[in-house]
Design a protein around this ligand. Structure first.
Ligand code: ZN
Length: 256
């Protein structure tokens, strides 16, 4: 079971911080936005939390760090979803400043490293999350996000196609992370949509509605399985473990 900072006492946390091993904070980052008729508004946050929990277990078991999942940052930049109920967007500059303040607070509080674990993939949101870390020593703070080629290529075919909002990719992850919050019957009834978000963005489309995504999903929710979700969660956790371990090694070839 992953350790959660929010459930510790101040004395319990102090003991961990002084136990002699580097202490890592994993901050799940998400959004409040529509994810089709079958997934909850908090889907991205729930996925980031599940990834952070699995990564924390592995950082402790495999790398010898103390890893804590800390409270999530559940609001993001969600301009694409404008026009749908439940799209709650904040300005990128506000998100950057808030995330940066949270990261700096953990670093000043004795943590060796802070990792932002983000699974809301809208480009302006990604840019705001990245901007939060500019100027901070990269050994002390990292971003783990599948939007890079390094990690995106480790994921599923649907993810790589760009038709990946509340489709097979995210629905599978949700079946593994929080099955009771998926309307599985509804997912099975949904026809596949082949719109690639990356192509639509390149073509100048700025909202789901402009892209023709009238039900706020693209991809194939009906093809989702829990087994695929478990595999994807493991790959996303691997991304976090490697980003954190490499950063703490400081570019040194010796990875603990
Ligand atoms: Zn999502």
């Amino acid at each position: 079971m992953a350790k959660k900072l929010a459930l510790l006492t101040t004395e319990g946390l102090k003991t961990l911080l002084h136990a002699g091993s580097p202490v890592v904070a994993l901050i799940p980052v998400g959004s409040v936005e529509p994810h089709g008729p079958h997934l909850p508004l908090a889907t991205d946050t729930i996925i980031s939390e599940a990834v952070a929990e699995r990564a924390a277990e592995r950082l402790e078991a495999e790398r010898g760090f103390v890893a804590l999942v800390v409270p999530s940052v559940p609001y993001g930049v969600t301009e694409f979803a404008r026009g749908f109920a439940g799209a709650v967007s904040v300005p990128g500059a506000a998100l950057s400043a808030y995330l940066r303040a949270v990261v700096e607070a953990y670093l000043q509080g004795g943590f060796a490293h802070v990792c932002l674990v983000n699974n809301h993939l809208e480009p302006d949101h990604d840019a705001a999350v990245r901007a939060a870390l500019v100027g901070i020593d990269p050994r002390r703070a990292t971003l783990a996000c599948p939007l890079t080629r390094r990690w995106g290529r480790t994921l599923s075919d649907e993810y790589k196609s760009g038709a990946c909002h509340a489709g097979r990719y995210e629905t599978s992850l949700m079946l593994a992370a929080s099955q009771s919050s998926v309307d599985a019957g509804r997912a099975l009834s949904l026809p596949a949509v082949g719109t690639s978000l990356s192509s639509a963005i390149a073509g100048g489309k700025r909202t789901f509605l402009e892209m023709g995504l009238v039900a706020a999903y693209t991809g194939a929710p009906a093809e989702a399985t829990e087994a695929e979700g478990r595999e994807l969660l493991e790959r996303l956790a691997e991304m976090v473990v490697v980003e954190v371990t490499e950063a703490l090694a400081g570019g040194d070839s010796v990875v603990p």
